[in-house]
Ligand binder design. Sequence first.
Ligand code: 3HC
Length: 690
Amino acid sequence: MQTSDTVSLAQAGAIALIRIDNPPVNAAGYSVRAGIVAALDWLADHPEVKAAALFAAGRTFIAGADIREFGKPPQDPWLPEVCNRIEACETPIVCILHGTTLGGGLEVALSAHARIAMPGTKVGLPEVHLGILPGAGGTQRTPRLTGQAFAVEAIVSGRHIPADEALSVGLIDALTDAPDPESAARQAAQAVVDCTLATRRTGELQVSPDPDALAAARSQTRAKHPHLFSPLKCIDAVAASTLPLPEGLARERVLFTECLNSPQRAGLIHAFFAERATAKVPEAAATPRAFQHVGVIGAGTMGSGIATACLLAGLNVTLTDQTDTALQAAQSRISDNLAGAVKRGKLSPEARDAALQAFTTTDDLTTLADCDLIIEAAFEDMDVKAQIFRQLDQIAKPGAVLATNTSYLDVNAIARQSARRGDVLGLHFFSPAHIMRLLEVVVADATTPEVTATGFALAKKLRKIAVRSGVCDGFIGNRILMTTRREAEYMMLDGATPQQIDDALEAAGWALGPFRTSDLAGLDIAWAQRQRRAATRPADERYVEVPDRLCEAGHVGRKAGAGYYLADGAPNPAVATALEAERQAKGITLRDFDAKDIVTRYLTAMIMEAASIVEEGIALRPIDVDVVLLFGYGFPRHLGGPLHQADQIGAQTLVDRLTTYAQEDAQFWRIPQILCDMAQTNTSFADRNG
Ligand code: 3HC
């Protein structure tokens, strides 16, 4: 019988099987919670049932609370109550775990009287990644089974724990060899009736205090996640597990509510859904073209990274360049990358050997005739790329997808070199391409839906997050970077040091400030780009010359041993000299910037450009911009992305702020119409995410 839309119960003599079926991941939403409680009520009325087993249909046991319900008014029964009811149930209940039994799913299982896992199951309490803590008894029942040291590590890391490890630490009681969760449920319930499977209440176990483990966790967490709110709260909650269960649960509830109400929770959950939303593009309905053999043109850092990423995904790769020296260097870089993957446990030695077998190099472009997908990663120069695309027209087989990995250049202009413009798209990888998860799929005017869909299919194969971008200078990410870099340079010229700016942003959670990022990436890339723009740069645009002076002196960043900083991280004195000269020549009146001003101005510049990108339709939705910044530019995940932040600030406040800034420099500070419209209609970017 159905006990709710998503839960059913079947009695077979002395056992009952409770089945959850709430695709795609059996999240413990209202209907699941209500269905479990109704099943418990039924058990209370049926004393002839001596054991019950709870299992789930589909790809996983419950993968957590239903995250979509957070921030909305709670609906009884709450998950903590459901867990308490399971634990208190007079009829022993066994949980059968499979797939990814996470968060509230594991908490349901911990409150059952025994836990059996299918092979390959992973369990975990990943709530910390959503800015919360396990709030349905996970911080109290886990230490009762494993001790505080393991519990605190598992909860603060939020990692997925393989079934074998879960068994060895006592989180689960046994592995089953039953063919499916339903058979496992039947066997386990019968085993309880037959007294061959022991049951007990987790909440009745005692926890020994482990103050050393908690102190170590606190100091590690403060050092590793200084900006984050919930990890320390997780530790506080585990510390309460030595209290009697009701008191520990009450403490957990208070801490959970603090996390739930924190803006970081909203930012992290926004990031969770954003990451999954970007694949939902109009072209998703088209059938991607098949690709197994990928050609990569250009054996530099980017080309080698792209080749590595494809090899790691099991694709065949032919890498081409003009010189043997370049190819040899790439070959050893790629072998090192693969060896690194083996060392990190990401690749087996056998898979590494297979990848090397699937890899060939050649200086003959015509060898790419067999490739299904060709990715040009040559020097960032329109003439070079145009020439390659003209050649590809003669070489590539019909139906091959032709991609350019450009960071800034006009993909429409590149496509026009080809007689098969529909086959051409941009695939903007981020360096190191085998590590960075972002891929901008740049759709040109003539790109066919199948070719765009192939870009997304490639990203999926490479386990990357693809974001669709229209064509403009710098696409989504680098266009915003150009604007924020300009604002950082203006602040520098007007009185802040690069170190002050970097430190302010890093203290706010950015992975790396803009000047340290420039040093890492190389100042010469932006230099070349500025030179390209020189002829069309508006006469009234403020231009900061310090970066040019550094490049002219060979201080192009870390690869040259000096950029804004020296090799040891100290500020490069050449910067102060160049700044002094430029300030004098331009008669700049210096001003004070504190860390708050710096972050506000930088973020506002970012929001201004991001809003224009949405307004122009370069990004499909605000959420796409957020994902680009989160996954490609070190934007702090707990802030959710620039346009999520824009919603927190409010459109009217942004319009007012931009109006004030525009009084200083009306050429740089613009008020995008979309922000004015949102201020007028009292709407948000979230309303435009669809
Ligand atoms: N609630 C609501 N929706 C969820 C969800 C959840 N807990 N977990 C996944 N989904 C949705 C996804 O948004 C996605 O929806 P879409 O198809 O509309 O985009 C769909 O389920 C499939 O998810 P994935 O694309 O991520 O599928 P994968 O197979 O790649 O991964 C997974 C599956 C490992 C379960 C992954 O989805 C995941 O990590 N989910 C979150 C798990 C989690 O954080 N659980 C804790 C929740 S908080 C909690 O339990 C609080 C409690 O302590 C009180």
